[in-house]
Design a protein around this ligand. Structure first.
Ligand code: PXP
Length: 237
């Protein structure tokens, strides 16, 4: 059964909106763990629009489950991860102007650089996942550069406007998950997953972790974080 890692970036978005010290990312992480999740995910963006360096440092200190750090392949960010040593790093492409991560990482294009980064992260004992589109060529490249996991980008599936597209995108994800597993890679998935579209993805048995953020934090505004997580866990299970 797929496990849930909650992305708590948008707790920090709310805090940063007023430059306050609350709501606390640490308190949110404690609720995530108490609710029976497998871990906490945060994206340390180059522009530091939500999660700050200090959040990552403090999360690393208190988490009992797993800290999955999403980040770009920017040199300073990679050096930060090498210093903090999260349990897992998920490498993502990053554009300054985007509202959220827009696509998968082009592993083929950055093959050489990724190989070196993954080697350095592995030396520190960090598990490395690459956020990619459900594409066999990218999966092959992920294996070649030494990744442990891929995280399949579910954004296009989540955005599908009709049943035909929805089924087409779902099939791509399922086939990619099966192929990656056969290749020897672990498989995670995430982006755009919500209370209406998570069930089908959670039913793909090759998928280990689901990284879900926005929909849970948005629901938490009305029913509280613990309840929002419990609702999501129920759908996954
Ligand atoms: N996985 C990755 C790699 C992401 O970049 C994000 C967004 O930060 C997520 C999962 C979570 O996406 P959402 O907030 O849409 O659930």
């Amino acid at each position: 059964m797929a496990k849930l890692c909650v992305n708590i970036d948008h707790v920090a978005t709310l805090r940063q909106a007023r430059g306050e010290k609350f709501p606390s990312v640490i308190d949110a992480a404690k609720i995530v763990e108490k609710s029976g999740c497998a871990g906490v995910t945060v994206h340390l963006r180059e522009d530091r629009r939500h999660i700050q360096d200090e959040d990552v440092i403090n999360l690393k200190k208190i988490l009992k489950t797993k800290l999955n750090l999403e980040m770009s392949i920017n040199k300073d960010i990679v050096n930060f991860a090498l210093k903090i040593i999260p349990d897992e790093v998920t490498l993502v492409p990053e554009k300054r102007q985007e509202l959220t991560t827009e696509g998968g990482l082009d592993v083929i294009k950055y093959k050489k650089r990724l190989k070196k980064i993954i080697k350095d992260l592995h030396k520190k004992g960090i598990v490395v996942s690459l956020f990619i589109n459900p594409d066999f060529k990218q999966i092959d490249a992920a294996k070649k550069v030494g990744a442990d996991f891929i995280e399949i980008h579910t954004g296009h599936y989540a955005e599908a406007k009709n049943k035909t597209n929805f089924e087409k995108e779902f099939k791509k994800i399922k086939n990619a998950a099966i192929y990656a597993k056969e290749t020897g890679l672990g498989v995670n998935a995430g982006h755009g997953l919500n209370y209406d579209n998570v069930k089908e993805i959670a039913g793909i048995k090759e998928i280990e972790d689901l990284n879900i953020g926005f929909s849970i934090i948005a629901r938490a505004v009305f029913i509280g974080l613990e309840n929002a997580i419990k609702e999501m866990l129920k759908l996954i299970r």
